[in-house]
Design a binder for this molecule. Structure first.
Ligand SMILES: NC(=O)c1ccc[n+]([C@@H]2O[C@H](COP(=O)([O-])OP(=O)(O)OC[C@H]3O[C@@H](n4cnc5c(N)ncnc54)[C@H](O)[C@@H]3O)[C@@H](O)[C@H]2O)c1
Ligand SMILES: O=c1ccn([C@@H]2O[C@H](COP(=O)(O)OP(=O)(O)O[C@H]3OC[C@@H](O)[C@H](O)[C@H]3O)[C@@H](O)[C@H]2O)c(=O)[nH]1
Length: 350
């Protein structure tokens, strides 16, 4: 088949090579025309919630590829053995060949503690892992979505951050394996799109929280909730005036699915524009979960961004998406899950 010449959603010139012909079975009278979806990192926090949502549709077959570095099969236990679900223990730094129509590429540790644990592995996961998944997308003609991050904006000099902002990232710092890794992953996505006509989608996700985060994940919301439930001091890292915008995971999953199935390549910011200092977050957690806990100031880590707030105008316009769950409601939903896993029931009022 001939090359097709088109313009992408960002106005770029694209030369599209059609994907290889699928198996003849795909056109057989009795073939069930299911959408085959690969979720890399599907055993992790956001990935497992995404799998839950995708599995609700009876036309979807879902394959998870995950090396279980920060994820767990426990997050997927309700789907193990389901006829439309498969789990593959696989490291995305190695090639993978599966016949799929869509790839949600999430595989990568997200908590700073975990991505800094083995920085060389983190950058390999972002660069080689994304190359492998793009190679797969090219080979089987699948559409691929990358979960990039607000960390591509580094310590931002523009506030709030729009997608047009190129960022302020330290290329040699301890966070660079993740920040720069994701920036290269975005570059690879666009190069495969322009050069090979691969259908791409890029989400820039801002700090997302919710049930199923690892208790010892190390990110601020899970730390504060676990501390409040255990009755331990809330550890605010200095200066405490740094800000973040927190998005509840169900909102994030809706945004990712809309992005995958829409027409825009992105990058698109997905996040909740509500902005809080870490001291304000601690006060909220204390008030909602355990008024008896104290707040203690602790050392911060290098290159911690001072402010973060997404401008989500583009997501509203092109996806019709905006988050619905405000922080106070989301924290309470998360508390129930943490209490159950930590086996600390809520005190009943006398
Ligand atoms: N949660 C957030 O606040 C946030 C913000 C921005 C971007 N993101 C991105 O969203 C994605 C999911 O984040 P999360 O919060 O669910 O994190 P998570 O750590 O819970 O999930 C990551 C998953 O990827 C798997 N994984 C890691 N390295 C792998 C490898 N080499 N091969 C195969 N699997 C591998 C882990 O085992 C885990 O199941 C990540 O790409 C992350 O960068 C998350
Ligand atoms: O116990 C803690 C942990 C963290 N913090 C502070 O809380 C803020 C947020 O830290 P988090 O570890 O939750 O993560 P960050 O917002 O820096 O990055 C997060 O959002 C972008 C994603 O790409 C990353 O994967 C995700 O971890 C930081 O300023 C940190 O110093 C505390 O005050 N106390």
């Amino acid at each position: 088949m001939a090359q097709k010449e088109t313009n992408g959603s960002n106005g770029e010139h694209i030369s599209t090579r059609p994907p290889p012909t699928p198996s003849p079975l795909r056109f057989s009278k009795f073939f069930q025309a299911n959408l085959r979806i690969l979720v890399t990192g599907g055993a992790g926090f956001i990935g497992s919630h995404l799998v839950d949502k995708l599995m609700e549709n009876e036309k979807h077959e879902v394959i998870v590829a995950d090396n279980l570095f920060t994820g767990s099969k426990d997050n997927l236990k309700k789907w193990i053995g389901h006829p439309r679900f498969e789990f593959i223990r696989h490291d995305v730094t190695q090639p993978l060949l599966v016949e799929v129509d869509q790839i949600y590429h999430l595989a990568c540790p997200a908590s700073p503690i975990f991505y800094k644990h083995n920085p060389v592995k983190t950058i390999k996961t972002n660069v080689i892992g994304t190359l492998n998944m793009l190679g797969l997308a090219k080979r089987v003609g699948a559409r691929i979505l990358l979960t990039s991050t607000s960390e591509v904006y580094g310590d931002p000099l523009e506030h709030p951050q729009t997608e047009a902002y190129w960022g302020n990232v330290n290329p040699i710092g301890v966070r660079s394996c993740y920040d720069e890794g994701k920036r290269v992953a975005e570059t690879l996505m666009f190069d495969y799109h322009r050069q090979h006509g691969i259908e791409i989608r890029i989400a820039r996700i801002f700090n997302t929280y919710g049930p199923r985060m690892n208790i010892d994940d190390g990110r601020v919301v899970s730390n504060f909730i676990a501390q409040a439930v255990r009755g331990e001091p809330l550890t605010v890292q200095r200066p405490g005036t740094q800000t973040r915008s927190f998005c509840y995971v169900a909102d994030m999953v809706d945004g990712l699915i809309k992005l995958m199935n829409g027409n825009n390549t992105g990058p698109i910011n997905l996040g909740n524009p509500g902005e809080f200092t870490m001291l304000e977050l601690a006060e909220n957690v204390k008030e909602l979960i355990n008024p008896d806990v104290t707040v203690t100031m602790t050392e911060n880590t290098p290159d911690d961004p001072r402010q973060r707030k997404p401008d989500i105008t583009k997501a509203k316009e092109v996806l019709g998406w905006e988050p619905k769950i405000v922080l106070k409601d989301g924290l309470v939903l998360m508390e129930d899950d943490f209490r159950e896993r930590l086996a600390v029931p809520k005190k009943t009022k006398a």
